[in-house]
Design a protein around this ligand. Structure first.
Ligand code: SF4
Length: 95
């Protein structure tokens, strides 16, 4: 994943979902929905936000078998290393 991230010919669309694929070999048009992280791209991945977040929930990345905070990273090797907020459990204590 790090090698892909460093390749300047590849654009990673993380936290995204392919909605539609049209066209033919050599001429595809793909519609991708980027999901909101509710954290801006200035995040340096320090983890200070998750340390103070009072909400613990289950982690969607590992089929809800492990815990995560309302603001967290899906897994330790995520690329890019950006936090996201689970708005369904966030209590907006820092609003
Ligand atoms: S605002 Fe939401 S994500 Fe941030 S610390 Fe509070 S509960 Fe956690």
């Amino acid at each position: 994943m790090l090698k892909v991230n460093r390749n300047e010919n590849i654009e990673i669309l993380s936290y995204s979902e392919v909605k539609r694929v049209e066209g033919y070999v050599g001429n595809y048009q793909v519609t991708v929905e980027k999901k909101p992280r509710y954290v801006n791209n200035d995040c340096n991945g320090c983890g200070a936000c998750a340390e103070v977040c009072p909400i613990t929930t289950s982690n969607y990345f590992d089929e809800h078998l492990g815990p995560r905070k309302a603001i967290d990273i899906a897994f330790g090797q995520a690329v890019p290393f950006l936090y996201d907020i689970d708005r369904e459990v966030c209590v907006e204590c820092f609003s």
